[in-house]
Each structure stands twice: as structure tokens, then as C-alpha cells.
Design a protein around this ligand. Structure first.
Ligand code: ADP
Ligand code: MG
Length: 369
């Protein structure tokens, strides 16, 4: 008997102009409590504090920011591992924030996650076949029992692993191979969206590009949309169509890759970019380096007004009192493409005068003047 052909992906129509995924005013506060029994709430960690973005079909949106800025919390809310404190998540225009039961199950099938650490996210006692096939236990309609081994072997092949290794255990694979197992598992249900939370951060640099290339190939092959999270701007550059930069629970700048990498307008993005290693020494000497002083403030007690102001060389009085909205900056000569480049800075359009920036270095030589 020939096995049934693989089930075609479920691709419901989306009304024109409606993004595949839309996040509006997303908030996650974790209560800070004192005492073990009475648990008196003494405050809140504002892990995510008002995040907006859209993800279109076939698109990759990179989300970048330092450790602790709320990236994983956003990811976990998108796949319903965490319930938002406020805000809405819309999938094809439908509010999925508070779904439950069958409706939630159907949506979860279409939005899958690939986790950061392939060393801890795979159960060491399960074979690779069982790990990749586990989603079929929850969604038996995707692969009938008798067809699962074949489907898992197919998935192993798709991610560049040997299907003969289906009975091996995670420890028998390298880090890069383990992340491929995680990706195969994420693909098993043929989702539309993959939320990849720092999928290469735990891997050797030499392996990172291979895994990123694999994700890029799979995107075309399976018509996937990615939310690709990283703490490093250089990692998401080649895979992202657009990039959102997060700082202390909020997106401070969002735009196309050209806008973010070549025309950043938020001081934080500019600082992050200046820290990206440049291999060419001549180019390294020519560019300005911005050194941020001080630590990231606590998300339990973020600064008033603009959250970045305590580390910003442009900060003025307004920044302490007024929260800068993530607004579309007026550009004298608009770049091609939709005008969605937005920056949450009161002075985004202002060009800094050379040498006027405390903490800004000209070339590799310390030059405060
Ligand atoms: P990122 O992924 O950008 O490193 P996270 O989303 O993991 O950041 O965390 C954002 C902030 O929320 C951090 O300050 C973190 O300590 C805090 N946080 C995350 N999860 C919890 C939790 N379950 N309870 C309390 N605080 C949390
Ligand atoms: Mg994280």
C-alpha cells in the first residue's frame, strides 16, 4: 500500500492588507512579591511594556536587543506559553490572545517555536524520532500513526540530518545537529509562522551560518514567516526583511534592514551598530564608535519618559517627562518601500554634531573632544 501523500499545509486566506500576525500594545508584567505565604505584591517586573509590530506572510522580522529586554517573553506570549498582562495578538486579523480549547489548539499548530538552547530543550531520554514526532501526539490529524516514522524520516532529511539516525539520542549529535532536530520538530505540524528565539546563540560561530542558511532555505520551501530573535544585530542582518530593536521592554526602532543598518535614527540602534565587529581594519578605523555608559536600568523600575535617556547622549529635559512614541520619522528623501521606519526618539531626525557626543569615540582612539 502506498502511504498517503503529505498533507498540504493549511493556508487559510488572509484579507488583503491584513498582516499575518499583528501585535498591539503587548504587555507582560511579572509581580514582584515579598513573603512566602501571603505574597504581598511590592511591584512588578515590566518584562514587556507596550510592544507593537506586524509580520507579513513570507516575511522575516528580526527582533534584537540586549539580554533581559523582553525578547523571550514576547516569543512565549506569541506561542501561548505565557499569557499577556495586556494587549492583543491578532492572527490573520482574528484576536487570538485569549483563545482556549479547540480554537487555541488550531492556532498553536500554525505558530511554532524553535528554542534557544538545543542542549536543554531536547529531552535527553527520548530518541530523535520521538522528539520530532511528539507534536503528532497532540495533532494526530496531521500524521496518522502508521505514517509517523516515514514523516519523521522525511523531516530529518529536510533539515539535513541522516534519516537512519532516527533512533539515536540527543547526546549523540553536535550542537548544530541538535538545533536541526529542534527545527525539524518545529516544522512537523507544517506551521505558517516560526518564532525562533535566539536559535543560533548557543552555537559555535562556524555553525551559526549553516543553521541560518537552513532556516532561509526552509522558509522558501515551506512558505514560512519568521520572527527571528537575536541579541546581536549582525546575526539577523542577512535573514531579516525588517528588524525591530528592543530596549527595556519596548521596541525603540523598527524598519527594513536597509533603514536599520544603513540609516538608523534611534541612538540605541546607533550604539548597537557601532559595537558590531567590523572585520576590515580600515573600515573599523573610519567609523564612529559609541560606547554606552552605565548599565541597563531594572525593568522593575524603568526611567520615566524615554527609557533609554539615562544612557543617551541626546537626552534633554523632555526625555524625562514625555514617552517618545514609536512614530514614523519624516524623512526628507524617503527610501523606497513602505514608510514603516519608526523610531521612538524625540530627536530622531536630529543629526548629531561631530564630536558633541559624550561617550562617543572617533575610531579606536579615545577622543572625548
Ligand atoms: P530576553 O529574552 O530579552 O533576554 P526575557 O524576556 O527573558 O528577556 O526577560 C525580560 C525580563 O523579564 C528580565 O528582566 C527577566 O528577568 C524578567 N523575567 C522573565 N521571565 C520572568 C518570570 N517568569 N518572572 C519574573 N521575571 C521574569
Ligand atoms: Mg531570551
Amino acid at each position: 500500500m502506498t502511504p498517503p501523500p503529505p498533507e498540504p499545509p493549511v493556508r487559510g486566506a488572509t484579507a488583503p492588507g491584513t498582516p499575518l500576525l499583528e501585535v498591539r500594545g503587548l504587555v507582560k508584567h511579572y509581580p514582584l512579591t515579598r513573603g512566602i505565604v501571603l505574597k504581598k505584591q511590592i511591584g512588578a517586573v515590566r518584562a514587556v511594556d507596550g510592544v507593537d509590530f506586524t509580520l507579513d506572510r513570507g516575511e522575516t522580522l528580526g527582533i534584537v536587543g540586549e539580554s533581559g529586554c523582553g525578547k523571550s517573553t514576547v516569543a512565549r506570549m506569541l506561542v501561548h506559553l505565557e499569557r499577556p498582562t495586556a494587549g492583543r495578538i491578532l492572527y490573520k486579523g482574528e484576536d487570538i490572545t485569549r483563545l482556549s480549547g479547540r480554537a487555541l489548539k488550531a492556532v498553536r499548530r500554525n505558530i511554532q517555536m524553535v528554542f534557544q538552547d538545543p542542549y536543554t530543550s531536547l529531552n535527553p531520554r527520548m530518541t530523535v524520532g520521538d522528539i520530532i514526532g511528539e507534536p503528532f501526539d497532540i495533532h494526530p490529524e496531521v500524521a496518522p500513526r502508521g505514517d509517523r516514522r516515514r514523516r519523521v524520516r522525511e523531516l530529518l532529511d529536510v533539515v539535513g540530518l541522516n534519516p537512519e539516525h532516527i533512533n539515536r539520542y540527543p547526546h549523540q549529535f553536535s550542537g548544530g545537529q541538535r538545533q536541526r532536530i529542534g527545527i525539524a520538530r518545529g516544522l512537523a505540524l507544517r506551521p505558517e509562522i516560526i518564532v525562533a528565539d535566539e536559535p543560533v546563540s548557543a552555537l559555535d560561530v562556524s555553525v551559526q551560518a549553516q543553521v541560518i542558511n537552513l532556516l532561509a532555505r526552509l522558509q522558501d520551501e515551506f512558505d514560512l514567516s519568521y520572527l527571528f530573535i537575536a541579541h546581536d544585530l549582525s546575526v539577523v542582518r542577512h535573514i531579516s526583511d525588517r528588524v525591530g530593536v528592543m530596549y527595556l521592554g519596548r521596541i525603540v526602532e523598527i524598519g527594513t534592514d536597509t533603514e536599520i543598518y544603513d540609516h538608523p535614527t534611534h541612538p540605541y540602534t546607533q550604539a548597537l551598530l557601532s559595537a558590531v565587529p567590523v572585520p576590515d581594519p580600515a573600515a573599523r578605523d573610519r567609523r564612529d564608535r559609541i560606547l554606552l555608559t552605565g548599565d541597563v536600568p531594572s525593568p522593575a523600575d524603568p526611567p520615566s519618559g524615554c527609557r533609554f535617556r539615562t544612557r543617551c547622549w541626546k537626552a534633554r529635559d523632555t526625555c524625562a517627562t514625555e514617552v517618545p512614541p514609536l512614530a514614523v520619522p519624516a524623512r526628507p528623501a524617503p527610501l523606497p518601500g513602505p514608510a514603516r521606519h519608526a523610531s521612538a526618539c524625540h530627536f530622531a531626525e536630529e543629526k548629531p554634531a561631530a564630536g558633541s557626543l559624550p561617550g562617543r569615540l572617533a575610531g579606536p582612539v579615545l577622543d572625548p573632544g
